[in-house]
Ligand binder design. Structure first.
Ligand code: DX5
Ligand code: ZN
Length: 231
């Protein structure tokens, strides 16, 4: 099983199953892993935090049953991530990332990020936090030293297949300068063989890739290109 705390020699590729064939998800995800993907990225959308609906803990449970060796990285694009920590742990998830935006004190029902991290770790997983393209990285500072992974969205969350936003690279550089070797920096949205080099150069070491991986004619070649990004 992948150890996120180990600094990778080359960028890790996380296959985003949002872009897989939902009718054959485990087989399609297994194919992405066989083609060289290092882990699976599982996007959870609730129709509130983002306008779209995707999957839930039962989906992760099925992926875990069919792919016992797969590392499952869950990205919670939901208003109430606190409701889903234990269900995803029970489903077999390895890691959970939640949005800083739901911790904003101006929201009527905001969450305590420190308490979220405590609960994710108590459930036996590692914790990550993510920021949207318009959210400043400085907001993550109070919790940075506790996170196994920081995710920077390079598209507005809610759908796959959008164009990469290069303006977020400055935030990646800011974060990369502050993270330790045992913390990962992940990019999500529009990542492809064409954009991965810029991500790696800015300090990203986990590339989430949906449409450019599952939609590739040659998945192994697409993954290999992203593995060699920045090298
Ligand atoms: C977007 C999701 C992404 C998505 C990326 O809201 O968080 O993980 O699957 O898809 P691509 O790689 O197609 O931009
Ligand atoms: Zn995602």
């Amino acid at each position: 099983m992948l150890n996120l705390a180990e600094k990778p020699k080359r960028p890790l590729v996380a296959a985003s199953v949002l872009a897989s064939d939902y009718g054959a998800m485990a087989a399609d995800a297994g194919d992405a892993l066989s083609a060289g993907a290092d882990l699976l990225h599982v996007d959870i959308m609730d129709g509130h935090f983002v306008g779209n609906l995707s999957m839930g803990p039962d989906t992760a449970k099925c992926l875990r049953r069919h792919l016992p060796e797969a590392y499952l990285d869950v990205h919670l694009m939901v208003d109430r991530p606190d409701l889903f920590i234990e269900p995803f742990a029970e489903a077999g998830a390895n890691h959970v990332t939640f949005h800083l935006e739901v911790c904003d004190p101006v929201r009527s029902r905001h969450l305590d990020a420190g308490a979220m991290i405590d609960r994710i770790e108590a459930a036996g997983m590692t914790a990550g936090m993510v920021i949207n393209p318009l959210t400043a990285a400085e907001g993550l500072e109070p919790w940075l030293d506790r996170l196994a992974l920081v995710l920077v969205m390079s598209v507005h969350p809610g759908a796959g297949g959008q164009a990469f936003k290069p303006e977020v690279l400055a935030k990646v550089e800011w974060l990369a300068a502050r993270l330790r070797d045992d913390q990962r920096l992940q990019m999500d949205g529009g990542v492809s063989p064409a954009t991965a080099s810029a991500c790696a150069a800015a300090g990203c070491d986990v590339m989430v890739c949906g449409s450019a991986l599952f939609g590739a004619n040659d998945r192994a070649a697409a993954i290999a290109a992203m593995h060699s990004a920045g090298g």
